[in-house]
Ligand binder design. Structure first.
Ligand code: GLN
Length: 462
């Protein structure tokens, strides 16, 4: 396909998605696509030549706005672009659009966008997951083969599971955060959606690697191309018992049981293991994350970014209050309040410092299980398939519990991914693989074998 054809085809699909009300995009234009097409024609041998990629709208671009789905950044255009965007462009990819998200990536359903909720690609009354729901829905609907999202606590794996696509969170520090609008700096990882394991790993190998502009990136050998394995002989896969509770959704359980049988049939050694601090992960995450969010979001004050609202009094405090009061939605305000509280002088020991100590215990759980000879962990990605829009919006704790199986790997900084493992009444179900730090290659290779052995469209309960 020439660049012009790809630009035309991508524009047609984006338009069709808009027409059906998916609401997955925040910015795109045919003009920009055409320009991208001309540019990609000049890179015919580049590794991602001809691949259209959507970007979550918290990754900055200099030719389109970056709003984080917030009113506080309405029409904001960054003066520079994120390292991942520069790398994708140099690799011949076409940047297709900016995708809708939960405001500032806070949420698990993409209902917290200031620009309206995103629909699930197959069931419009349901949510695509979040916070990278726009990116996931675009891949799930076949608009683009791959997309970037961001993970702070599961925001790529969880929507990947809901939308029936592959979602890969790398090791913390593997991919540059330069140009990702900061949310929880010790947790944030730019992460990848793909239609297939191969597509996701191609994109990941292009964006991964040391970046002098992000001191937390780690200087490691580049990620090699996806290793093609025929089976899983010699691979030890742990099943952490905390991830298979008695009240797990029946469809999710059946899909996991079938997948575990497949893992065995492929020659893997499957073992029961324990990660005893798992039960504290959601509580810990929802202390550490708001603390970091409150600190990071202090910069949105009406002086440096986005629209400015002047308060009635006319002093600088009134300016901050008016701008932030108008600009931030309810979930963002909740995080700032909770974060400020857990960091406050009287409560920091009780909440923030204790949260950090428990985070260390959660990391140790993973280190110990991987040191015991386990290569990978297999778990469900989510406790249920995609839920209905509005089902959890009234109760933030219910929404937070949607992250119960994805939060631990984020706190520990280990790589993890979701891949489709079956359907229940048509609703996609995701299985999660978790690997030791920097073992993305082994994780993706195992996922590749599983992908060819599993029929993800198959109904798990008859
Ligand atoms: N659902 C989680 C939250 O709301 C995850 C967010 C994320 O990973 N960006 O914080």
């Amino acid at each position: 396909m020439t660049g012009a054809q790809l630009a035309h085809e991508t524009g047609r699909r984006l338009h069709a998605a808009e027409e059906r009300g998916l609401n997955a995009t925040l910015h795109w234009s045919q003009d920009l696509l055409d320009r991208e097409g001309t540019r990609t024609d000049m890179l015919p041998t580049a590794p991602l030549h001809g691949m259209a990629i959507a970007l979550k709208d918290n990754i900055v671009t200099s030719d389109m706005p970056t709003t984080c789905a917030s009113k506080i950044l309405e029409d904001y255009v960054s003066p520079y672009e994120a390292t991942v965007v520069t790398r994708l462009r140099a690799a011949g990819a076409m940047i297709a659009c900016k995708a809708n998200l939960d405001e500032f990536a806070m949420g698990s359903s993409t209902e917290n966008s200031a620009y309206g909720r995103v629909q699930h690609p197959l069931f419009p009354e349901r949510v695509p997951g979040g916070s990278s729901g726009g990116s996931a829905a675009l891949v799930g609907a076949g608009v683009v083969p791959a997309a970037l999202g961001s993970e702070t606590g599961g925001s790529v794996r969880q929507p990947a599971a809901f939308c029936g696509v592959v979602g890969v969170k790398p090791t913390y520090g593997r991919v540059s955060r330069f140009g990702l609008v900061a949310f929880g700096s010790s947790l944030d990882c730019i992460s990848v959606f793909g239609r297939t394991v191969t597509d996701a790993s191609r994109v990941l190998s292009v964006i991964a690697g040391h970046d002098p502009l992000d001191v937390t990136t780690i200087d490691r050998a580049p990620l090699a191309a996806l290793e093609q394995r025929a089976d899983l002989r010699g691979v030890v896969i742990g099943l952490p018992r905390e991830y298979f509770p008695a009240d797990l959704d029946a469809g999710v359980r059946d899909a996991c049981d079938r997948t575990i049988a497949t893992l065995r049939a492929l020659g893997a050694e499957v073992r029961d293991v324990t990660l005893p601090h798992t039960q504290y992960a959601v509580a810990t995450y929802y202390i550490v994350n708001p603390a970091e969010a409150a600190a990071n979001l202090a910069r949105f004050d009406g002086v440096r970014y986005g629209p400015r609202h002047v308060g009635p009094v006319g002093d600088v405090r009134a300016l901050y209050q008016a701008t932030r009061g108008h600009g931030f939605g309810p979930e963002v305000r909740r995080r700032i309040l909770v974060g400020t509280y857990v960091l406050s002088a009287g409560y920091a020991d009780q909440y923030y410092h204790r949260g950090q100590a428990v985070r260390r215990c959660i990391c140790n759980d993973f280190d110990q299980v991987f040191a015991s000879g386990v290569d990978l962990l297999f778990t469900p990605t989510t406790p249920t398939p995609a839920f209905k829009a509005g089902e959890k919006t009234a109760d933030p704790v219910q929404m937070y519990l949607a992250d119960v199986f994805v939060a631990p790997a984020s706190l520990a900084g280990v790589p993890a991914m979701s891949l489709p493992i079956g359907r229940d009444a048509g609703l996609p179900i995701g299985g999660q693989l978790i690997a030791p730090r920097f073992a993305e290659a082994a994780m993706l290779a195992a996922a590749g074998v599983m992908e060819s052995a599993i029929a993800p469209e198959a109904e798990v309960r008859s």
